[in-house]
Design a protein around this ligand. Sequence first.
Ligand SMILES: [Mg+2]
Length: 420
Amino acid sequence: MREGKKRGRLLVVSNRLPVSVVRRDGRIHYESSSGGLATALSSLGGFARQVWTGWSGLLHHLSEMAGAAEELGEALVVNPNDKDEVAGAIRAALEMDRGDQARRITAMQARLRRYDVHRWAGDFVDRLEAAVSVRRQMAASRMTAAARREIGRQYAGAGQRLLLLDYDGTLVRFREDPGMAAPDRGLAALLARLGGDPRSRVVIVSGRDRATLDRWLGGLPVDMVAEHGVWTRERGGEWRTPGPLRTDWMGEIRPIMEHFADRTPGAFVEEKERSLVWHFRRSDPALALLRASEMKDAVRRLAGSLGLDVVDGNRVVEIKTAGITKGRAATGWIEGGAPWDFILAAGDDATDEDLFAALPAQAWTIKVGMSPSRARVNVESCRELRALLGRLAGAASAGGSPSRKGGRAGARGAQGAGHA
Ligand SMILES: [Mg+2]
């Protein structure tokens, strides 16, 4: 606008252009838009020379932090805080072949037409109802005092008992730093008492690597499963593995996982002997879940041909050879160590669901945490589970000698070795 001798300049930023482009009779016509900020201010045109810049609507950038970025995969997704990336994406869009632009926009428009507001609202209500029904279900499976007493009664009366216990998030609470989760003295004492009872067999069924389990639990009277079933070790025995497992896929998968870890502050990749783990317990949860899901999508595209499983854990995603599960590992003890009069399994994440699924119906399966599970009962926390185990250990040692049922001399471990 003119003001004295100085000429000012009014810059209007609007997502709607002051003109619409229409094709009529095979010709292009420009018409004034019927709304929008730029149109409203066009009456100022008499005072200021107007210049506007717009684009055809075929170019498309989305912030990766916008929810739509997940739905509109054909858009150029940018991190809005990264100027270079934004500039690079604008350049890529401007130089993009028109046919490619049209293909992308057509796919996104088709998806938006399918996934309209009615569908979205319907989905929202469905999910809300599902959440309510899960809550009802969970309320029903909360461990009751009666269930606790029944577990205690069966345990005390059983001649041979098998306890299959996950470690992280089950016996010890979740730690930001996975290296900080070493057993405290109370836990070591508890496991020593449980495993020291000749009628009980305690198996720690973990996703941890075997070196860590050896260091932390090697001196205790327990059997161990490492890396979700890749390795098994009976008390006093050697580590065994079901067979040679390929690891050549790691070279292909690891860079993909690293790429997403680099873009997620706090996330990192751990290489175990037979698996790769993407940890995000130290990351911002919302960003990490988004990145984890993108990472899984990228890995899954290759996982099938490489014979891999992508498994969600508690703030970890693990990639490993397909078919190796905690459930399969537990089968060794269930079948090789029979007959058990009492089986109890406890765990806190998706990998433990395989374990629960592998057990006979009369087994007590306990999920630590109040989320949906195929376990028979849920307990709130590690502390609650440890209190239960403590009562079992205490009752067994205080209760004298419940029926020994002949000592079950034939009870053996997974690979046929006796109790150490
Ligand atoms: Mg766990």
